[in-house]
Design a binder for this molecule. Structure first.
Ligand code: GLN
Length: 286
């Protein structure tokens, strides 16, 4: 009886292996630089003879990216060209390039839909959107190795006397982008304040400008960039050392894609690509 159970288990395991081989045949690999999107044979994307490092792609030869495109300097729409631009856009383009893939962005999505969208699969291969690696998100998706460190900031109108203490009051409206770590920080650290999650960072900052909100909690590099470039009448009243790290979100069903992305990031660190992208967007390597 025990023997037959073992045989059954073996057959199940063999079946699972065969299944993964079929999957691998539909995917790309770290050497699939010559794959073409005109091919009708989906298996042609796997150029490597070894199926061990194969990954799947939504579209052959293409790394399909989803993001919330209102988070300068990480990702925003260039109004003139209609193309996404930013630090993350440069990073993911370089990653795709290293993998021999084209990079294609899906239309803008709300931030709090990105992780569920990657978890669900079928629409995008990766999401890069200044997404902080958190334990909660790691239950839904895998992340690449961290590619940037970050913190939070409290933003208020210039000359404001608000502090973390004064904001922790039900009469105070503290805005954030919904579903972000800034949102979590308010909930945990300003439990008495009225937390207002919104979709759009620019709308949130405009609301702080007009007095609709008393303050905003947002990623520090975004606060710095937006205040320098568009909101000169706002100030960072406190920097919060949350010690966050950004990662690229990838489906748990596609572990070899995470490996290939990590390999590309590693190469970008050692060959100076990452340094030059950091210098381009932040003036120096940070
Ligand atoms: N880093 C923050 C988070 O992951 C904010 C990201 C964003 O708004 N694009 O929640």
């Amino acid at each position: 009886m025990k023997d037959s159970m073992n045989r059954r288990q073996f057959i199940l395991a063999a079946g699972a292996l065969a299944g993964s081989a079929v999957l691998a045949g539909c995917g790309g690999s770290s050497t699939s630089s010559s794959s073409t999107s005109t091919s009708t044979d989906s298996s042609s994307n796997a150029a490597s003879s070894s199926s061990d490092d194969s990954y799947t792609l939504v579209k052959n030869g293409t790394l399909t990216v989803v993001a919330e495109l209102g988070f300068a300097p990480f990702e925003y729409m260039n109004d003139k060209t209609g193309d996404p631009e930013g630090f993350d856009v440069d990073v993911i383009n370089a990653v795709a390039d290293k993998m021999g893939l084209q990079c294609e962005y899906l239309p803008n999505q709300k931030f709090d839909t990105l992780v569920p969208l990657i978890k669900q699969g079928g629409k995008a291969d990766v999401s890069i959107a200044a997404i902080t690696i958190t334990d909660e998100r790691e239950e839904s998706v895998d992340f690449s190795e961290p590619y940037l460190d970050s913190n939070q900031a409290i933003v208020a109108i210039k000359g404001s006397t608000e502090t973390e203490e004064t904001l922790n009051d039900a009469s105070k409206q503290v805005v954030c982008q919904g579903g972000t770590t800034g949102n979590d920080w308010i909930t945990e650290n300003l439990p008495n304040a009225t937390c207002v999650p919104v979709d759009d960072v620019t709308a949130a900052l405009t609301g702080v400008q007009t007095g609709l909100y008393n303050a905003m909690v947002v990623d520090l590099p975004v606060a710095k960039y937006m205040l320098t470039n568009s909101f000169s009448d706002l100030d960072i009243i406190e920097e919060i050392a949350t010690g966050e790290q950004y990662g690229i979100a990838i489906s748990k069903d596609n572990p070899n894609l995470t490996k290939a992305v990590n390999k590309a990031l590693e190469d970008m660190k050692s060959d100076g690509t990452m340094d030059s992208i950091e210098t381009k967007w932040f003036g120096s390597t940070i």
